[in-house]
Design a protein around this ligand. Structure first.
Ligand SMILES: C[S@@+](CC[C@H](N)C(=O)[O-])C[C@H]1O[C@@H](n2cnc3c(N)ncnc32)[C@H](O)[C@@H]1O
Length: 230
């Protein structure tokens, strides 16, 4: 069995157990509060073992669970079968490239995933493409520390941590990247993830909206497209 497969197997098998304290201390409550805002056609990126599933309200009509890791997908399949989730579909898409048309989703969910994707910007561009105008990204992510000593440690251990924890990066500054990729952050809360080591402790959670073009923006865009070549 290649190393990569063994690593995936171990991570998928141990994930829920490894997260049990932080789930109990804070994540469970945060998921419940955040995901109550989800509605319509929903895409969850990096759905993992399916921990968010019990939190989706009835207003969510369709749930596409994307998960590129085959071992995680096995857990996901078990969970959706146990829950008899008729509105769920599982796909293997990575966050950077989904096989779905532009503006396919009202809600996109990313919880503890944007730290693991190979390119934060490409994933956010794809999220923007997939959201309908007025659609929301619901996010919960751990981020770069604002404490200089902790940041030094984050940088030191990041390569080793990334190897053990499914390519997770410790020093991503996710909120500015969300805004830079065209989504408007409407709610954001920063809190320590209680029970987690100091180097993955600082988290943000909230929502970011793909605002429909205002008339002014649409006119400017049309003008640009139709302006004569000098
Ligand atoms: C820390 S786990 C989070 C799982 C779950 N979302 C949660 O809230 O507990 C990170 C997940 O992101 C997935 N992942 C890794 N690379 C990805 C990518 N490029 N696109 C989407 N998901 C990815 C991993 O397979 C894993 O399931």
């Amino acid at each position: 069995m290649p190393i990569q497969k063994i690593r995936s197997y171990l991570i998928a098998k141990s994930y829920d157990y490894a997260m049990r304290n932080t789930e109990k201390n804070c994540l469970h409550g945060w998921r419940q509060e955040l995901l109550s805002q989800a509605s319509g056609d929903l895409l969850e990126i990096g759905a993992g073992t399916g921990v968010n599933l019990p939190h989706y309200p009835a207003a969510v009509t369709r749930i596409v669970l994307s998960e590129p890791d085959a071992q995680m997908r096995k857990s996901l399949k078990r969970k959706t079968a146990q829950m008899q989730c008729d509105r769920c579909n599982i796909t293997h898409w990575g966050a950077e490239a989904a096989d779905a048309a532009d503006a396919s989703f009202d809600t996109i969910v990313s919880t503890l995933v944007l730290c693991s994707v190979p390119s934060l910007d490409n994933s956010l561009k794809e999220i923007y493409r997939l959201l309908r105008p007025n659609g929301i990204l619901i996010f919960l992510e751990h981020i770069i520390s604002d404490h200089p000593q902790i940041l030094i440690w984050q940088r030191r251990i990041e390569p080793f941590w990334s190897l053990c924890a499914g390519d997770c990066r410790l020093t991503r500054d996710t909120a500015p990247a969300i805004q830079a990729n065209g989504l408007h952050i409407e709610q954001i809360t920063e809190s320590p993830m209680s029970g987690a080591p100091a180097f993955v402790c600082r988290t943000i959670r909230g929502t970011a909206r793909k605002r429909p073009h205002t008339d002014k923006e649409s006119i400017a865009a049309t003008d640009k497209l139709s302006s004569p070549v000098a």
